[in-house]
Each structure stands twice: as C-alpha cells, then as structure tokens.
Design a protein around this ligand. Sequence first.
Ligand SMILES: [Zn+2]
Length: 148
Amino acid sequence: MAEQISKPYPNYHAARIRAKGSFTRIRVLQTTKEGILIKGGPLKSNPSGPTKVQTIWFPKDKFTTAQAKAWLKEHKYTSILFEPASEKSEKASYTCECIECSHTVETDKHCKDLKCSECGGQMRRKERPGPGQKKQKSLWPTISNRND
Ligand SMILES: [Zn+2]
C-alpha cells in the first residue's frame, strides 16, 4: 500500500489532536491491532524533538463514535476536533424521477423500489448531471426528510 494516509477516509472516524499546521511532517506513527491509525510527527516548534500525535483514525467497522471517544479518553488523548465517519458515504445515493409526473427525489434506495410521493407513480433512475457537478468537495446532496 502506498502512503496515501494523509487523505481523510470516509470509513474512519478522525480525532484530531493537534492542528496539522504545527507539524514539520506527518506520517503514520503506529497502527494498532484494532486497526487504529495514529499519525503525527515532530512539531515545527521543536523539529528535532519527539514525535507528537496529530490525528487518530478509527476504523468505523470496529469503532462506533462512542467507542472511539472512549478509547481516546482511556489513552488520555483530548481531541480538538472529532469527525465521525460519514454514514452516507457507504450508501449509494440515487436521484430518482417519477415516470408519471417527473417528481425527483434523492434517496439511498433503488428507484425501482420507490413509489412517487406525489402521484404514486413508478420511479426510475435519473442520470446524474455530468458537467457542473461539484467533485468530491461538498458532501453528499442533502436527503430531504420532508414528505413533499
Ligand atoms: Zn409522480
């Protein structure tokens, strides 16, 4: 595996312990048997000093956010920012369109399993808009909980 660890993983909870900018460089310091990745490095304020922890990554298939936070507490880490793995990132997101009335909906279900909330018609997969779609930057489109 290449050293691609600096990018956030959707399947990991990230507990930031120190700001990234305080480090001269960051690498994986340790991988625990539970699969926790501990990243850090020397601080800019003390480049030849000891390595400090920057972020701790918890695989979400082994840790809930509560378990991750408990682990941090147990190991006496205080996170300045805790980012839970995105639940939505695991699920597919579809845009479905009603064949009857063109009502569209964002869903994690397959379109064929849905009925139009407007007219009860059959839904089908609507192609995602290609160009103009923001890349990776924003999170998944908001899934409306409204019934309209
Ligand atoms: Zn409809």
